[in-house]
Write a protein that binds this ligand. Sequence first.
Ligand code: TMP
Length: 237
Amino acid sequence: MTKRQQLYEGKAKKVFATDDPELLIVSYKDDATAFNGLKKGTIVGKGIVNNKMSNLLMKRLEKAGIPTHFTKELSDRETLVKKVSIIPLEVIIRNIAAGSFSKRYGVEEGFVFETPTIEFSYKNDALGDPLMDEYHAIAMKLATKDEIETIKKYAFGVNELLKAFWAECGVTLVDFKLEFGRLSDGSIVLADEISPDTCRLWDSATGEKLDKDRFRRDLGGVEDAYAEVMKRLTQHI
Ligand code: TMP
């Protein structure tokens, strides 16, 4: 598949056109940002980990009945994906309190929820991705009521599948962010990535953080953490 013009450059990925109007190439960078781009850095090798991890997990989700944009891994950093129009909502599932949830509600990190939670943020950098109620998302025509229901069903399904899989790897899936898009026929598929950038992953035995919080919070050992979760994943997939 020939790579054509660059269509978009985000904080962690670039997107290129191909000869097929329904397919795009995503290229993963080592650039890392946090706090809406205020903190910037590089995590050496992150692009390779995120590309490969995302692809392995999406393939697994596809087999379990969750439609995704994944098409074919082209190289260490590049993947062919189906073209979607992204629904501008960050879909966050939580199993354990951490991050902004702990801050907002004054709940200690590590508090295990009775049942998983879901929340939406409006993808809008200028506004700092504010939390958004689903009725507001529907009112603003970001998605229809039916689309929101489909997204919720897929997101909780992804949680059950990934929670079980990460547990086999000795990793606790604390929370994660998903993005969904519409194919040209209007159907909803999982898009973007699933990686240590977008998930909180804690070592099940020690509680050690094995994700981007090491970068966000200056904990050190960032590259090692990404390599460690990738190693565990490839040993169990
Ligand atoms: P939060 O606790 O900061 O709201 O983050 C919840 C989850 O979403 C966590 O796994 C990290 C992920 N996330 C992203 O993927 N992108 C973002 O911009 C933010 C703020 C969080």
